[in-house]
Design a protein around this ligand. Structure first.
Ligand SMILES: Nc1ncnc2c1ncn2[C@@H]1O[C@H](COP(=O)(O)OP(=O)(O)OP(=O)(O)O)[C@@H](O)[C@H]1O
Ligand SMILES: [Mg+2]
Length: 483
């Protein structure tokens, strides 16, 4: 669709900021989508139809969530935009169309207003493949996001100096030499995908497909057909379609966030793993499956087994080899190493003179909780680099505010913790000192009277004061204000 046609359509759109929108659309060659407040698609251009492999006639007039069933409230920029009025710029979105096509795009979404009220959202999409430049600038050269069928990471990309982590890498290398299922467990951002891709790339299947699917992002109704495919006529409008088990044949299928798989689908997955065959939805034919399964989970599946939300038999099938990636806060030696690594690789894309971090920043990193693990560390380094002018060091003022606040909270908590760690002798010392200071205070700093009140001799009192480091000038000074 030409830009003049877009202009024409927008002329009929009754909005306040029409001219601004028309200006924005000039000279653009991007996927364009406009969705009204009720999430009905009112505009959908041919470029977007090409990216998403859909026909605009089948899309215009339909509800957004019908066409993109997995665009949940959390991951849809349109939803965010209509609900909060916030403009979203250059956000990576990976989702499935109702036909099961996986799409990876970079989106910019803006709200459209009428009489000061949001009436619609306009979404500009760039196909990820044509958007490598910006992607590199945002994520650095090491960003090797998984798009359908491709892998980029290998074990060389896993940076670590930690002994536990080295054992984990060795386990990963052993797993690569076998064909059993692998379960990778770790908090968000610890590198589960990095490990999964590395195992595939190191395995004999490395020239075969690697297909990744996020079980948390796909609605249950769609998931079954995505995994197993559909046979013609099995339900209204169903077409002959290969599922991921067929697409990944002889290769590896990564079931990300397996903990989100419904109990019903767990049973179906177990059947494939046990029998090595499956049927397309509505199909009669048993299809043989030769797919290596790698599953990831960020929660303890055994806890889910106890709660009866995860099948024990499936757990055993999936966890033939289990790889547990330790959180970043438990591998302190990796923090500085990874921070320097990210500074180095991001410097290729972000213009900066920074060569290192100040000790203060490294100390702050060392004590941080890193709930988002390595991904969070990378983002922190990247955002600090973006704040630099001519400085050669990343210092505390370039560090995100929330990390500094976290450090302040920790410093308030620490005295309590350290007192809990004190030995019995230290605790006795503190107690005796406080009792003697209290007695001195109660008797106007008169040593003889204070000693009597404690039923000890003056000599013993003086001996203890010396041992406890209480000099006369000290206790007078200490209690001067209270007297
Ligand atoms: N040891 C490491 N060395 C280098 N980069 C790492 C390491 N661990 C993680 N990363 C980087 O951190 C980011 C997050 O990694 P990844 O996507 O594999 O995490 P994840 O465990 O799958 O997270 P989630 O549970 O949120 O999906 C990626 O950019 C990855 O390259
Ligand atoms: Mg992941």
């Amino acid at each position: 669709m030409s830009n003049s046609k877009v202009k024409e359509i927008l002329k009929d759109l009754d909005i306040d900021n029409k001219n601004g929108v028309i200006d924005l659309l000039e000279d653009l060659n991007e996927g364009i989508l406009i969705v009204d407040k009720a999430y009905n698609i009112i505009f959908y251009n041919d470029h977007l139809a090409n990216i998403e492999f859909l026909d605009s006639e089948n899309v215009i007039g339909k509800n957004l969530f019908e066409v993109f069933p997995d665009k949940s409230a959390i991951n849809s920029t349109i939803y965010q935009c209509i609900n909060t009025g916030t403009k979203v710029v250059d956000k990576l979105e990976e989702y499935f169309t109702y036909k099961g096509k996986q799409v990876s795009v970079i989106n910019t979404t803006i709200p459209l207003y009428k009489d000061g009220e949001i009436i619609a959202a306009l979404d500009l999409s760039k196909d990820l493949n044509h958007y490598n430049k910006l992607l590199k600038a945002n994520f650095g050269s090491q960003s090797k996001l998984s798009t359908s069928g491709k892998t980029h990471y290998s074990f060389h990309d896993i940076i670590s100096n930690d002994s536990e982590m080295k054992r984990t890498i060795e386990r990963g290398l052993k797993a690569a030499r076998q064909t059993s299922s692998v379960l990778i467990v770790g908090e968000t951002g610890t590198g589960k995908e990095l490990f999964a891709q590395s195992i595939h790339n190191e395995s004999l299947r490395n020239h075969k497909p690697f297909i990744a699917i996020n079980c948390a992002a796909i609605p249950e109704t769609l998931m079954e057909s995505i995994l197993f495919g559909t046979a013609k006529g099995s339900f209204t409008g169903a077409v002959e379609k290969r599922g991921l088990f067929e697409q990944a044949n002889h290769g590896t299928l990564l079931l990300d966030e397996i903990n989100s798989l419904s109990i019903g689908l767990q049973a179906k997955l177990l059947r494939v793993l046990q029998e090595g065959t499956f049927r397309r939805i509505g199909g009669e034919k048993e299809i043989a499956s030769d797919v290596r399964i790698i599953a990831t989970s960020n929660s303890d599946l055994m806890d889910m087994v106890k709660d009866k939300t995860f099948r024990l038999d499936l757990y055993y099938r999936l966890s033939v080899i289990t790889i547990e990636i330790p959180p970043l806060r438990d591998r302190k030696s990796d923090i500085k190493l990874l921070a320097n690594h990210f500074l180095e690789i991001l410097s290729e894309h972000i213009e900066t003179k920074a060569v290192a971090f100040t000790d203060q920043v490294l100390n702050l990193y060392q004590g941080a909780k890193w709930k988002g693990n390595v991904r969070e560390l990378r983002n922190v380094v990247e955002s600090s680099m973006c704040l630099l002018d001519d400085e050669t060091f990343i210092s505390i003022e370039h560090t995100p505010r929330y990390l500094r606040e976290e450090a302040v909270t920790r410093s308030h908590e620490e005295p309590t913790k350290s007192s809990r760690k004190k030995s019995l002798n230290d605790l006795m010392f503190d107690y005796e000192k406080s009792v003697i200071l209290e007695a001195l205070k109660n008797h106007g700093n008169n040593i003889t009277k204070a000693a009597e009140s404690l039923d000890i001799s003056r000599q013993s009192m003086q001996y203890r004061m010396k041992r406890l480091g209480i000099s006369k000038s000290d206790f007078v000074l200490i209690h001067k204000d209270d007297m």
